[in-house]
Design a protein around this ligand. Structure first.
Ligand code: URA
Ligand code: CA
Length: 441
């Protein structure tokens, strides 16, 4: 078999076989196939696309390029959740205890953040003593005992994806539906859960900008999961503005506590209730989505979800007082209001730029080796459609870097666009894709 022939086949729109995908991924991982040939194949795929069968074959090869986690020692149906990236996305901190409080086990491996997107692990480490470095055995025991654990990804998950993603990044071949679907699903499938719920973001702050494209991507991923015997549901959500109010680490932990206390921002709450209900239903905790939603809402109002967070934090060595008394979480020495420089209805918020402002303040990493300031961040409680008066406080920045304050404030102000005419509020949940089809809201 020759890589040249596989490239030529795809160039002419022919179908790549299972054996050919195997040859390509194996050879690439072993550095036997040079990157210039892989680049050419990626570009051919970019223009000719992948059939459903090809996408499944590619996903399967990428998934098996590294370790495949076996969670079969955990009792019950394990449901994993994945978000296709976002700014100020606090959801795992909320969903893990909330879903667990409804009796469905949550066994989650999470990552760190890079650039303007935050990572769940960094947020968890804002809690004093919280240990994300459990062995797989400890992890399994923890889930069997408390029905919830979140750890760092220790195993070598889908190494072929890491190589392919870096190459796609520099060859303008990231934004292809088949390649994105194979990339995301290979990692989720290798992580070992029985069922998968995907948060597919759509909008200017996401990989896909239009609803049609998001539905296509969601359908592709649901099909891959279905074909591999892992039921998958995708929910398409708006990414035109940051989710919730808090962007940072300690302040996002505080926001998660607020939601679990039945308070907090309406959009973040709506998203969490939708995802938790879907996960509880898929995980067999309730006979229907509606029954699951009733249980989720109950556990938010009766304190059970918050109790679960306290227990989960304590079980992983974290200081429970950080949760019961959130003022004890890390804070920042400089707290400064962001004051609007214009009047009008907010027409647009560049989420990426708000995330970048938080990173400048110390809440994120520019490079992998950067340290994070757990107390730094931005509290920004305005949404598209809100009317703002010039001089009004639209947010607060928190930092220990006095020399970064002006730059961060300017970045936030520049991220906003105003208009004189009323602007409709954004609808958060746009569509749901299951193996049975697409439901638009
Ligand atoms: N996220 C991924 O993990 N892979 C992609 O290709 C795009 C987004
Ligand atoms: Ca947030």
């Amino acid at each position: 078999m020759r890589m040249y022939d596989i490239i030529a086949k795809k160039k002419h729109g022919e179908v790549i076989t299972d054996e050919e995908f195997d040859f390509f991924i194996n050879g690439y991982i072993k550095d036997e196939i040079p990157e210039y040939q892989v680049s050419a194949l990626l570009m051919a795929i970019y223009f000719q696309g992948l059939s459903r069968k090809e996408t499944v074959a590619l996903t399967h090869k990428i998934m098996h390029s590294g370790d495949v986690i076996d969670l079969s020692d955990i009792k019950g149906i394990k449901v994993d959740k994945h978000s296709s990236g976002g700014v100020g996305d606090t959801t795992t901190l909320i969903l893990a205890p909330l879903v667990s409080s409804c009796g469905v086990p949550v066994a989650k491996m999470s990552g760190r953040g890079l650039g303007h997107t935050g990572g769940t692990l960094d947020k968890l480490e804002a809690i004093e003593g919280f240990n994300i470095n459990l062995t797989i055995d400890e992890f399994v025991n923890q889930v069997n005992k408390n029905k919830v654990s979140v750890i760092g990804q220790t195993k070598n998950i889908a190494p072929a994806d890491k190589k392919l993603y870096s190459l796609r990044d520099v060859t303008a071949t990231v934004d292809n539906i088949g390649l994105i679907a194979a990339s995301i699903m290979s990692k989720k499938l290798a992580a070992g859960s029985d069922k998968i719920v995907l948060d597919v973001k759509v909008g200017s702050g996401a990989f896909v900008k239009e609803l049609d494209g998001a539905i296509q991507l969601a359908t592709e991923m649901v099909n891959i999961g279905t074909d591999m015997g892992r039921e998958t549901v995708a929910i398409i959500t708006d990414m035109e503005q940051p989710l919730g109010y808090a962007i940072g680490n300690a302040i996002e932990v505080k926001e998660a506590i607020d939601i679990l206390k039945n308070e907090g921002p309406a959009d973040l709450r709506e998203l969490c209730v939708t995802f938790a209900s879907t996960m509880v239903h898929l995980g067999g905790g309730a006979p229907s989505y509606e029954a699951a939603e009733t249980m989720v809402l109950e556990n938010l109002s009766n304190g059970k979800a918050l109790e679960k967070l306290i227990e989960f934090v304590g079980a992983q060595g974290g200081n429970e007082t950080n949760i019961t008394n959130p003022e004890t979480l890390p804070s920042a020495s400089i707290v400064k209001d962001i004051v609007a420089d214009q009047s009008g209805y907010i027409k647009d918020i560049q989420s990426d730029d708000i995330g970048i402002a938080a990173m400048i303040l110390g809440a994120g990493r520019e490079t992998i080796s950067d340290a994070i300031d757990m107390g730094a961040g931005i509290y920004f409680n305005k949404k598209i459609g809100d009317y703002i008066n010039a001089g009004e406080v639209i947010g607060t920045i928190m930092t220990n870097k006095a020399n970064k304050v002006d730059e961060a404030v300017a970045t936030v102000l520049k991220a906003m666009t105003y208009t004189d005419v009323a602007v409709e509020k954004r609808q958060l949940i746009k569509a749901k894709v299951t193996k049975d089809g697409v439901l638009k809201y």
